[in-house]
Design a protein around this ligand. Structure first.
Ligand code: ATP
Ligand code: MG
Length: 208
């Protein structure tokens, strides 16, 4: 993809187990606020922090993300992490993206703001902070003065590019959706219909 003055690419990682409207609203709001040309959804393969939750097989999670993002021309899905055997770290994924884009293009890693305050525990975080911008989303209702102070510390300490922003709060999580499926409760309107049908058709999240 070519853009005047370089492209602005968003990267949104997640287990997407399953993808839901919280993810989609977050990505779309940030895409428009930050004038991103494209947002790449990157479903994780084997998640380093989520060894204990039931993770649907990676192909199913990938297919659900493809279905959910199909109608948005500014959303694409990357197989990068699911095609990697073993654990993928953000720093490796970002480096891989950098290889495939131009020098004048900018990468924005999109995540919940609470993840960013732990960034010093991520693999090669100093290198990572030099490779991309970070966009941390908070919910409008959250008292985020602690978050802001912590992010300011990180920005000053490492000369990092971190932007905090608010998006409309959607109290939807994949954990809640999985519990609902397991307990035969409705998941309608929490995620796209195509994803809902796929979950039932493949019998995902029924046990566990
Ligand atoms: P789980 O309940 O299994 O932890 P999740 O719903 O939190 O799943 P993830 O795949 O862990 O989803 O999240 C991927 C990204 O989406 C993270 O950056 C997370 O902060 C963000 N996110 C998840 N749910 C929401 C939501 N309801 N609103 C805004 N952002 C969200
Ligand atoms: Mg989560």
């Amino acid at each position: 993809m070519k853009c005047e003055n370089g492209c602005r690419f968003g990267i949104m990682g997640g287990s997407f187990n399953p993808i839901h409207y919280g993810h989609l609203v977050l990505a779309e709001q940030i895409r428009t606020q930050f004038h991103l040309d494209m947002v790449y959804f990157v479903p994780v393969g084997d998640h380093p922090h989520k060894k204990n939750t039931i993770l649907a097989d990676k192909l199913s999670r990938y297919e659900m993300v493809v279905m959910a993002t199909m109608t948005n021309p500014h959303f694409q899905v990357s197989r990068m992490e699911i095609d990697n055997a073993g654990i993928s770290y953000t720093v490796d994924t970002i480096k891989e993206f950098r290889k495939n884009i131009g020098d004048e293009d900018t990468l924005y890693f999109i995540t919940g703001a609470d993840a960013i305050i732990d960034i010093e525990s991520w693999k090669s975080f100093r290198e990572l902070l030099g490779l991309c911008h970070f966009i941390g989303a908070t919910r409008p209702t959250v008292n985020d003065s602690y978050l802001k102070d912590k992010v300011n510390d990180i920005v000053t300490k490492y000369d990092a590019n971190i932007h905090l922003t608010t998006v409309p709060a959607l109290a939807i999580s994949s954990t809640d959706i999985r519990n609902r499926v397991k307990n035969n409760m409705s998941i309608r309107y929490l995620l796209p219909e195509s994803v809902e049908s796929y979950i039932y058709k493949k019998g995902l999240y029924k046990d566990g």
